[in-house]
Design a protein around this ligand. Structure first.
Ligand code: NAP
Length: 386
């Protein structure tokens, strides 16, 4: 099959023929029809984690998010999973020092329980962008050592509140980077919970209209190019933020948000301090919690300077989340807007990865004149693979 393979010696990737995978116990083969790009795919192609290898068995296929059709079932896959099911999921590709399969290929092999069934009304292209960022949002929002909100798929007793108390008791949650893919799924997931939050978002003002509407329904929006710290502080004058998710976590954002929190507040971030995207001058008033979405795959993850052991609990959480997404009625999450990129796997490095840059939001530079090379703004870059 054709796949986009990492070329670590030249910090790039190129399409080449590789062996088509086989399904082992509890695995399925998916014919990939669409893939969505994440910043991490470009980051670890331009800054490879693993050393070059001449061993064809260890070629690293890059890429995370995919959507397609089940073509083969391995042994012991339960009977409710069927050939021709439309499914989506994510893989780790080259985003670990350890060898991991990647998604930017004609076929992928995945465990049957780490995919979700795409509702009929959703296209492969739309579905392809949900798996990684949706799970990132769910982990941050519902993780017990993260923001600790109760997930909508876990049964919970109704809070016993009088009508008068309900408004006053609403906790305030800030999403910094409300127009990011991670941010749009976080807001939607929050609106699925039984607890009613006061939701504050920081994004460009050009996005305020749609972020105010369902399914996000922000109560307050502040422009990140304004004095957003002052604006948020005014909104929380009776105390600080109860919860916050920094979906950018670059430069001074983590430090600034930390100072806006109430003393018992909880702050989740998308980038680790060790990764170097953000810094703090001293000890932060609130220590942020970081998580890597890959933990959901239940395998050990090794980055440069960081080791995350295999985490069975994180895997079980991902399985529950994907089961919840598999609702075959109306989709439970509205997909992010997509930009269909021309060409297939061959164009990903030269176009899509160029748009995402090599790590930081501030590295995303323009300079190309084709219409599809305009800056990425509140949308997912998607390629067809057939
Ligand atoms: N820890 C994990 O496991 C994990 C998982 C997924 C993603 N991530 C990380 O999370 C971050 C977000 O990823 P994503 O895919 O959701 O991003 P994305 O969708 O590509 O984000 C693009 C959006 O970010 C907005 N933006 C850029 N700089 C901003 C700033 N300083 N303040 C507020 N908004 C800003 C842009 O606004 P405009 O429209 O105004 O240009 C644009 O709408 C990335 O760093 C990614 O690597 C981490």
């Amino acid at each position: 099959m054709r796949a986009l393979v990492l070329a670590p010696e030249s910090c790039t990737a190129a399409v080449q023929e590789v062996p088509t995978p086989n399904a082992s116990t509890n695995e399925i083969i998916v014919r990939v029809h669409a893939v969505a790009l994440n910043p991490v795919d470009a980051l670890y192609t331009f800054n490879p984690l693993a050393p070059p290898t001449a061993d064809p068995a260890n070629l690293r296929v890059v890429g995370s998010d995919f959507a397609g059709v089940v073509t083969k079932l391995g042994p012991d896959v339960p009977s409710h999973v069927k050939v021709n099911d439309r499914v989506a999921g994510f893989l780790q590709g080259a985003s670990s020092v350890n060898f991991r399969p990647g998604a930017f290929a004609e076929f992928v092999v995945v465990p049957w329980d780490l995919i979700w069934k795409i509702p009929e009304s959703m296209s492969f292209e739309e579905a392809s962008g949900i798996s990684l960022c949706g799970l990132t949002a769910a982990q941050a929002l519902f993780g017990q050592n993260r923001l600790g909100v109760t997930a909508p798929w876990y049964v919970q007793p109704e809070p016993e509140l009088s009508i008068e108390n309900k408004k006053e008791s609403r906790r305030t949650l800030l999403i910094y980077g409300a127009s990011t893919s991670v941010g749009i799924y976080t807001a939607q997931l929050l609106r699925h919970t039984k607890e009613k939050f006061r939701l504050v978002g920081v994004a460009s003002s050009k996005h305020f209209q749609w972020l105010s509407d369902q399914p996000y329904a922000y109560d307050h929006l502040v422009d990140y190019r304004s004095d957003w710290v002052g604006e948020v502080r005014k909104l929380t004058d009776s105390g600080g933020l109860d919860l916050a998710f920094d979906c950018i976590s670059e430069g001074k954002t983590v430090e600034s948000i930390s100072e806006l929190m109430e003393p018992q507040g909880r702050l989740a971030v998308v980038r680790s301090l060790q990764g170097g995207a953000w810094k703090s001058a001293g000890k932060l008033p609130i220590q942020p919690s970081y998580g890597a979405v890959w933990e959901g795959l239940g395998k050990e993850v090794v980055y440069k300077g960081m080791h995350l052991p295999a985490n069975a609990e994180a895997r079980a959480f991902a399985v529950d989340f994907y089961q919840w997404l598999s609702n075959q009625g109306d989709p439970v999450l509205k997909p992010h807007a997509i930009r269909m990129m021309p060409g297939g796997l061959e164009r990903i490095v030269d176009d899509g990865f160029q748009l995402l840059g090599s790590g930081l939001m501030t590295d995303r530079v323009g300079g190309r004149t084709e219409d599809w090379m305009r800056p990425v703004t509140a949308e997912k870059l998607v390629y067809r693979t057939d």
